[in-house]
Design a protein around this ligand. Structure first.
Ligand SMILES: Nc1ncnc2c1ncn2[C@@H]1O[C@H](COP(=O)(O)OP(=O)(O)OP(=O)(O)O)[C@@H](O)[C@H]1O
Ligand SMILES: [Mg+2]
Length: 216
């Protein structure tokens, strides 16, 4: 089972948006997906509850406790889920350290702004210390300008950066509000191609990083 942990200590970086859309992309590839929501505000569980049909996705609230996380993981394996994605919030270092060790890949979203790049450094420190596979995903990029390239350059010193960012688009907000992924909200929106590229790249990066190969 793949276990993805979308982690950054910076609030509002786009974690939940990334988690919900990656879940939809995976489900569209016929994967059985479970989302473990560690956010006490249950942002992902609420998104899932507002879906008219689950379409291969389940979401469960996970108390912020290492034993509970392990329990969810065991149940997910027993029930035959292909992918378990954890969404989180805040700075519970002990809990985050434990999940980092269980994950097959950590995904670090980062907005292209100086405060966000500075704030991501503590997350990078945690990941580098554990020597676990992780990738960066730049989120909420302006549609024009050099923000993506500049941020990519800064983050590349620490690890792989997804070559496709999420662009700041209304479709992401609107889809969340309806319990949908962007592809379900509007198949013609540019966000759909973007998310599909991101999903494919992350999947490939995970298998390459797991095998410790070099990827482009
Ligand atoms: N690419 C995007 N385009 C437009 N809006 C976006 C995009 N990504 C995220 N958002 C919006 O930004 C806000 C914060 O995103 P999100 O809730 O995904 O972040 P988060 O990291 O989960 O936040 P928290 O730390 O509060 O859990 C939300 O209103 C979301 O709809
Ligand atoms: Mg969130």
């Amino acid at each position: 089972m793949q276990i993805w942990f979308v982690i950054t200590q910076k609030g509002g970086a786009g974690k939940t948006t990334v988690v919900t859309n990656l879940a939809v992309c995976a489900a569209e590839q016929n994967k059985k997906v479970l989302i473990g929501d560690l956010d006490p505000q249950e942002t992902t569980v609420k998104w899932w509850q507002s879906r008219e049909e689950d379409k291969g996705i389940q979401a469960v609230k996970v108390p912020q406790n290492v034993d509970q996380v392990k329990k969810v993981l065991d149940v997910a394996k027993l029930k035959g889920f292909d992918l378990l994605i954890f969404d989180t919030v805040g700075q519970d270092t002990r809990l985050h350290n434990a999940i980092i060790e269980l994950a097959t890949l950590c995904i670090v979203p980062c907005q292209p702004s100086l405060p966000d790049i500075r704030a991501v450094k503590s997350t990078i420190g945690m990941l580098e210390k554990k020597d676990v596979p992780f990738v960066f995903l730049i989120t909420r990029c302006p549609p024009v300008g050099h923000e993506f390239e500049k941020t990519k350059q800064g983050l590349s010193a620490h690890g792989l950066v997804c070559p496709t960012p999420t662009i700041e688009r209304k479709a992401y907000k609107n889809a969340y509000a309806l319990g949908l992924g962007v592809s379900e909200y509007d198949p013609k929106d540019k966000a759909v191609l973007e998310m599909n590229h991101i999903f494919q790249w992350i999947t490939k990066a995970e298998s390459k990083l797991t095998n410790r190969e070099v990827i482009r």
